[in-house]
Design a protein around this ligand. Structure first.
Ligand code: TRP
Length: 460
């Protein structure tokens, strides 16, 4: 049964709390680990430019759509669609979102767990006197050993569960308010240190000076464009119902458009800062910018141990990455917990426990994907790869596509305008533009990404 008007329904306590919590969800491994490596593989500045366009033109409208759905319905993603479109199959988007949350958390918390190992190694001075090759071996043997990745994964899941079980105001909002500003300060310190390296200029040029020669090759250009859109989706936490859930906790008086704009800009700012922290270092030490997904874990320790203050520097960096990941994992678990509480009638603590245990079970296989379960493969992908691919590349774009279609073609201009204007108290002159984007621009763009991922165009 859907419990429509829960009198005790939790709510964010302040405008800053909303922004901190939503930004906390958006800012995570996606910004600091994924953004630099994808940018590094896709031509630097040109990628950044396209990425910025997508965040503004598509990311913000999709985020607003999720907020509209969540705040109108005051429910979790499944209940929200059931309430706004009774007896229609739209609620399946919410079910897919809960499924995606399970899968995303199961692999995302594994990467977050690696951060804990590297915090530990930083404290224990484990990078000291190791050659770059030895550092690579160190990472590989850590991952293949399975015991430590599994333990760190479980520790990270426990942290996430503890915060989520405390509820929205006492848990998520309180921690996000403390963690996000700390994150920003640490990242700025990291940037200042990075740009003062000899040879840092080349890294900044790579990041900020678009090299449009990639556009001379149609295939490469299209691939870059599509990857930028995909990264925007992942980084902004859209397409899964996370921001439907958070939207349901936003006060009816808050301005959804300015919240979406603020959060998207903050998320993008952090991603760019991560780029400023990483690329000067990459270039100053002659590391390949297109190194790939192991850029952070295999490369940074090399640099940290070769510079003065590296001990504290590496500790700060991995701590920062862990904190950013934590405010993101909280938001993913919250989707499942809100669903269990409101649709299955569980109390919050029990819902958190059940969700955490189920996800942890799935995640055990992901965490040990390179060791114990390395032979457990499908289409040559290990468990981690399957979860990563299916959730991020299939479920998210599909969810995002349906969310904008829902707002554009079903929920409609009138009701969306009502919600965006906070019941007529705010001006919404951008409404026709917003509707045009969610009706046409965003669905077409997302569909292109989606088709690309199925290899329909074979851009790679
Ligand atoms: N956006 C987060 C990051 O950049 C990850 C994340 C949290 C996410 N919640 C999500 C991604 C929901 C997609 C959907 O690290």
């Amino acid at each position: 049964m859907t419990n429509v008007d829960l009198p005790t329904r939790d709510r964010f306590g302040s405008k800053f709390g909303v922004i901190a919590a939503t930004a906390g969800s958006a800012i995570g491994l996606g910004n600091i680990w994924r953004f630099p490596y994808v940018l590094g593989e896709n031509g630097g500045g040109a990628f950044l430019l396209i990425y910025l366009i997508f965040v503004l033109a598509i990311g913000i409208p999709v985020m607003m759509s999720e907020f509209i759905i969540g705040r109108s319905a005051q429910l979790n993603p499944v209940g929200a669609f059931k309430k706004l479109a009774p007896r229609k199959p739209w609620f399946l988007i919410g079910i897919m979102g809960v499924g995606a949350a399970f899968m995303i958390l199961a692999f995302y918390a594994v990467i977050a767990g690696w951060t804990l190992e590297y915090i530990y190694q930083s404290i224990a001075n484990g990078f000291k006197d190791k050659s770059p090759a030895e550092l690579g071996v160190m990472f590989d043997s850590f991952r293949e050993g399975s015991v430590r990745p599994v333990i760190w994964f479980l520790v990270f899941m426990a942290f996430t569960a503890l915060i989520v079980s405390a509820g929205v105001k006492n848990g998520i909002e309180k921690y996000a308010k403390i963690l996000m500003p700390i994150l920003l300060v640490l990242l700025i310190i990291l940037c200042i240190r990075a740009v003062t390296f000899k040879g840092a200029g080349a890294g900044l040029a790579f990041l900020f000076k678009p090299d449009f020669s990639i556009f001379s090759d149609f295939k490469a250009a299209t691939s870059t464009i599509l990857k930028a859109l995909g990264q925007a989706f992942f980084s902004l936490s859209i397409g899964m119902g996370t921001l439907i859930t958070y939207g349901s906790y936003i006060s009816k008086k808050d301005n959804l458009a300015t919240t979406a704009v603020t959060v998207s800009l903050a998320d993008t700012f952090i991603a760019v800062l991560a780029g400023v922290a990483i690329f000067p270092v990459v270039f100053a030490f002659g590391i390949n910018a297109a190194e790939g997904e192991d850029l952070v874990y295999k490369t940074l320790p090399i640099i940290f141990q070769q510079m003065s203050g590296g001990y504290i520097f590496s500790l700060m960096f991995f701590l920062l990455l862990g904190l950013a990941a934590l405010t993101s994992t909280i938001s993913v678990l919250e989707v499942v917990v809100a669903y269990f509480v409101e649709e299955l009638g569980m109390v919050r603590k029990r819902a958190t426990l059940v969700a955490t245990l189920c996800i942890s079970f799935l995640g055990l296989f992901a965490a040990a994907s390179w060791g114990w379960f390395k032979n457990l493969t499908l289409f040559k992908q290990n468990v981690f790869g399957i979860l990563d691919f299916t959730s991020a590349n299939i479920l998210l774009p599909l969810g995002g596509l349906f969310i904008v279609l829902f707002i554009g073609w079903y929920y409609g201009r009138k009701r969306s305008g009502q919600e965006l204007s906070a019941e007529g108290t705010l001006k919404v002159r951008y409404l026709p533009f917003f509707i045009f984007i969610v009706k046409f621009v965003a669905p077409i763009a997302i569909a292109l990404v989606f088709l690309n991922l199925f290899g329909v165009f074979n851009f790679n």
